[in-house]
Ligand binder design. Sequence first.
Ligand SMILES: O=C1C[C@@H](O)[C@H](O)[C@@H](O)C1=O
Ligand SMILES: [Co+2]
Length: 306
Amino acid sequence: MGATEITWGISPIGWRNDDIPEIGAENTLGHLLGDIVVAGFAGTELGGFFPGPDVLNKELELRGLRIAGQWFSSYIVRDGLPAVREAFADQCRSLQGVKADVIVISEQTGSIQGLDRNVFSDKPEFDDEQWVQLCEGLNQLGEEAQQYGLQLVYHHHMGTVVQTAPEIARLMDGTDARFVHLLYDTGHCYASDGEVLEVLKTHIGRIRHVHFKDIRQNVLDQCRAKGRSFQQSFMQGMFTVPGDGCVPFEDVYQLLLAHGYKGWIIVEAEQDPAIAHPLEYALIARKYIDRNLLPLAATADKGYKR
Ligand SMILES: O=C1C[C@@H](O)[C@H](O)[C@@H](O)C1=O
Ligand SMILES: [Co+2]
């Protein structure tokens, strides 16, 4: 096998969800990390319930796991950059403390992702001035992140101002490629306007972090028809792990390989852990990756890691 270029991780969001802290609250850090080892992944992203670096690093080391990064909600347009900077720097410091690679940012000004609003029709829009403010702010935060050894990766997301393929393109055009990179999330692309492969092909040069999130088409259709909120949609099972839904992961993975993608691919499927047993679903993902995706890497003569 060639050099290792892709590292496979799994997000804690299948066990516990920062957006609805009461679900999966019984799942401790030890439980989560143990399951990640059992399912054969190399690491995870930081969840809100994780302890600080002193405690966490020991737990990771004992299990041979790594931290890829963590989500940061920015309000650059609502609060202005100076107000965002301090919290951003604090998070960069803790990510540096666990030797993470990326800080995942999502602009939440006007976001309806946590509200009881139709996520398929009520997303916010920015005017030209707000777009400039967002892009300039991100450039500065991205430059700052580099001082902590981190890459800033922008997460396009349902119910936010950067959701659709044209909005992702506008963000990429408006920001500096040296400082602002893209987090490509298959599930959000599919649920938004379905441009899973188009977004990947167009922005492959800017992608530095990947979330593999699958979609149950029938649940997506029902949620769209009923005008469900984002939280209602994922609690009803709109998202699942790769191989359990309708996203064309073989095509996605082949494109990533063909373009020499280097970095993490994180399996990320928020569902209700009381319905979708987190370890069972992690193992479904593992099996699918091993059987359907990794053989493509061997064919493409590219390296991969567990
Ligand atoms: O990366 C993510 C982090 C979550 O907080 C978010 O709501 C989820 O959908 C996601 O893709
Ligand atoms: Co994601």
